[in-house]
Design a protein around this ligand. Structure first.
Ligand SMILES: Nc1ncnc2c1ncn2[C@@H]1O[C@H](COP(=O)(O)OP(=O)(O)OP(=O)(O)O)[C@@H](O)[C@H]1O
Length: 216
């Protein structure tokens, strides 16, 4: 893993065969949606603005009202508390929310977060900065770091590079690629066909008729 600043900075692989299974998930008048994300794989979700992509991710994380089956391997989502579920399956919004003005207090593993800064082209002292002074792109990358250092099994990423320049976008993608190689499962909303082509193991488009597989 030559590109990693620290092997400890990435989620470790556990229960390698535990897929994220979504079956008949519906809510807010949308769905039912069914798809599977295997560990160590990347599923891209595209579709027109307003199609319901964020809603689907939020329903999987159980952040919006929904019904249907969601499982992690053999374990149904309802077998664990909401916070326990969202430690394993983390939703990262396109515009991240921060509950205080101190970046550091949001990081559950500061050394691991520190080890990822350079990879994402962030300054070494940024963890000491107030959230209110960060640029949109800095906040977006720090939200990804904040999620990664919690060592989830699946990440639901909503347009994770929407605020980034081309070179920084590639740096984020390289990190995600390495996380995937360590067993992390990814479901990523992207409007960028080139990014989809670089990252996807599978690709679905969300349209009026529901999820449609997009050929590679
Ligand atoms: N909790 C909710 N209950 C009912 N409707 C909702 C809820 N959340 C979002 N919506 C509506 O569902 C629609 C889809 O929103 P969503 O944010 O999922 O779209 P999107 O596909 O992610 O769009 P974009 O690409 O522009 O981000 C919108 O019209 C939105 O107002």
């Amino acid at each position: 893993m030559p590109h990693l600043a620290s092997a400890d900075a990435l989620p470790s692989m556990r229960d390698a065969d535990a897929s994220l299974g979504i079956n008949g998930l519906e809510g807010a008048g949308r769905g039912p949606f069914s798809l599977t994300v295997a560990p160590g794989s990347c599923v891209i979700l595209s579709g027109a603005s307003g199609a319901g992509k964020s809603l689907l991710l939020r329903m999987i994380a159980d952040l919006d009202p929904n019904r249907g089956q969601v499982r992690l391997g053999q374990s149904p989502r309802e077998s664990m508390s909401g916070p326990a579920w969202r430690r394993q399956v983390i939703y990262v919004a396109a515009e991240s929310g921060w509950w205080g003005d101190d970046v550091l207090e949001h990081m559950t593993d500061v050394p691991a977060a520190q080890a990822l800064l350079a990879r994402l082209r962030l300054p070494a002292d940024i963890l000491g900065a107030p959230v209110s002074r960060l640029s949109t792109g800095e906040r977006q990358r720090l939200a990804l770091i904040r999620a990664l250092v919690r060592r989830p099994r699946f990440l639901l990423l909503d347009e994770p590079t929407s605020a980034l320049d081309a070179e920084t976008t590639l740096a984020v993608e390289a990190l995600l690629h390495d996380c995937k190689a360590q067993g992390l499962g990814l479901l990523i909303v992207s409007h960028n066909p080139a990014q989809a082509a670089r990252l996807q193991d599978r690709h679905y488009r969300l349209g009026a008729a529901g999820l449609e597989a997009v050929p590679a």
